[in-house]
Structure formats: C-alpha cells, structure tokens
Design a protein around this ligand. Structure first.
Ligand SMILES: C[S@@+](CC[C@H](N)C(=O)[O-])C[C@H]1O[C@@H](n2cnc3c(N)ncnc32)[C@H](O)[C@@H]1O
Length: 279
C-alpha cells in the first residue's frame, strides 16, 4: 500500500466496528432479529443528505434488476444495500478499509441480503475485476480522498461495459480557499484532494466518458447543514452515528463542512458519466 493510501486507510479504520454498531442498536432498543435498512441509516449512509440522496441517485441511475453494479468506496455498505433493495440488482461494494468491509459483510448477513450484495477490500485505483465486468458503477463521496482522479476514473471506465452508466455524487472544491479542517473525509489537508467542478468534469471526459447528467447540488447540501452550530466541548453523541466510523469529533467536522459549504469553499456535484459504445 503506498504511503498516501495508508494514511487514508488509517483515517477510516475504527476498531471493532461491527460490535460497536451492534451495541448502538441494542442501546436504542432494536431487536437484532428484525433489523431493517432504516434502522442502520444513522451509521451506514456516510454522505451528504444520506438516504434521501441515495434514493435520488437510484432514480437517476436507470439501473435495473438484471444488472450487476459496482459500488466503489462503499464504506459500510448502506447505499450498496439500499440500491439492491430498491432495484433488485446484484451489487458488489469495494472499499480501501478492511474494517469497513468486515462491518459491511456482517451487517449484510444480519439483513439476510448476502445473496445479492457482496463486498471486498480493494483500492479504487486498482480494481480486481476484468474489463467490462459491470453493467453500471456508482461511487458516492470518495473522490475527496483520491489524488490521482484520472487513474480512478480510468479504472471505472475499464470495468464498466460499453454504454454503462457511472453515477458520481462528489464533493469538489469551490471558488474560495482554504478549506477548514477537520471535515468528515479528512482530519487534515494531507488526505483531502478537492478539485473545482470544471476540472472534475474535464478529468471525467479525458478518462473516456461522455457526461449525460451534471447537477450542482451545493444548495441542497447547504440546506442540509444549515442548522449546524459550533459544538460545545465534549458534546453528547447518539448511540448510533457516523462518529463510530471517523471519531468523536464528528460534530466539529460537520460544523466545518457547513462553513465550507456556506462560504463557497466546497461544492457538491451529482453526475452521470457514460462509457460510449466501442466504435
Ligand atoms: C465519506 S466515505 C463514503 C462511504 C460510502 N460511499 C457512503 O456513502 O456511505 C469515503 C469512503 O471512501 C473510501 N475510500 C477512500 N479512498 C479510497 C480508495 N482509493 N479506494 C477505495 N476506497 C476508498 C473510504 O475508505 C471511505 O469508506
């Protein structure tokens, strides 16, 4: 593992994650034998606007039940499971963090979804799949940790079939700098690699895609974080939440994200890129 990837992995490497999620579920009185997708949402949809955004992306995707889809940077698999649940398709999730992948696999078994939803540890820059293996791909808020965006997008282009759709929902830079840290995807600037939307679009097309949909969702992200205030010291955290994934300073990270959005230091882009049919 190269040094940069090591630092990124160590940011996303909580101890004993699955058991801590189970403890959280127990503490809020959930019966494990009847756990639903909704019960896990506070912890397993680690992106701006959570399940609401995932449902919009599913709508946008055009994916169908006969498809095999790849989720790159899947985290603990909330959106991976949601996609399969809503569409009926098979989905494979990959993530750099074996701690997240372990939790993703065990949560999927808990929900009895393991027939259609699989996970494995892998880097987005070196996907362990043959060319043209997937009918579609999605990647939700992981580009921020990827310095070499061209190699990442080339990998997505390689593994998706011709005419396949690649759904991206990604934080980008904006017109003002610097970004306030820590943020939910990085403790400090050395593992955060944001580019402005225009450059992001250029890299997508230079990797060989055509851009079918391009939507700036920054205003919706601003609204979602509008009520974030500067946290008090040692705030009380809920039993179940994304602090289990990236640490107890999550409210400071969310507050900084709110400031970064409001002060136009970061933006949020939703896009569908299509791999053209071979000539
Ligand atoms: C903000 S989380 C989003 C997780 C998930 N997509 C979701 O929406 O819940 C970013 C994820 O990207 C993963 N990641 C970052 N760089 C990666 C890389 N080079 N290859 C694979 N996964 C990566 C992290 O381990 C982390 O799980």
């Amino acid at each position: 593992m190269i040094k940069e990837t090591k630092d990124i992995h160590s940011y996303y490497s909580p101890n004993d994650l699955y058991n801590r999620i189970i403890d959280g579920l127990n503490e809020i009185g959930k019966e494990l034998s009847t756990i639903t997708l909704e019960d896990l949402h506070p912890v397993d949809e680690f992106h701006i606007r959570g399940t609401v955004a995932t449902k919009e992306l599913i709508e946008l995707s055009g994916f169908t039940s006969d498809m095999l889809i790849l989720d790159v940077g899947c985290g603990v698999g909330g959106s991976t499971r949601r996609l399969s649940h809503e569409i009926g398709c098979c989905v494979t999730g990959v993530d750099l963090s074996h701690e997240y992948i372990d939790a993703a696999q065990r949560l999927t078994r808990l929900l009895d979804m393991q027939e259609r939803v699989k996970f494995q540890t892998a880097s987005a820059l070196d996907l362990p799949f043959e060319d043209n293996s997937f009918d579609g791909v999605w990647s939700i808020q992981m580009n921020m940790n990827v310095e070499d965006k061209f190699s990442w997008l080339k990998e997505l282009h390689r593994v998706v079939k011709p005419n396949g759709r690649v759904i991206l929902y990604e934080v980008c830079a904006n017109k003002n700098t610097p970004v306030y840290f820590p943020v939910p995807w990085a403790q400090e600037s050395s593992i955060s690699f944001l580019v402005e939307p225009d450059l992001f679009r250029e890299v997508i097309t230079s990797a060989g895609f055509t851009v079918d949909v391009w939507q700036d969702k920054t205003d919706l992200a601003q609204k979602a974080f509008a009520n974030m205030t500067k946290p008090v010291t040692d705030p009380e955290l809920p039993e179940l939440g994304v602090h289990l994934l990236v640490g107890n300073d999550i409210l400071t990270k969310a507050y900084n994200l709110h400031r970064n959005l409001d002060e136009e230091r970061v933006s949020l882009i939703e896009t569908v890129a299509v791999k053209p049919l071979a000539p």
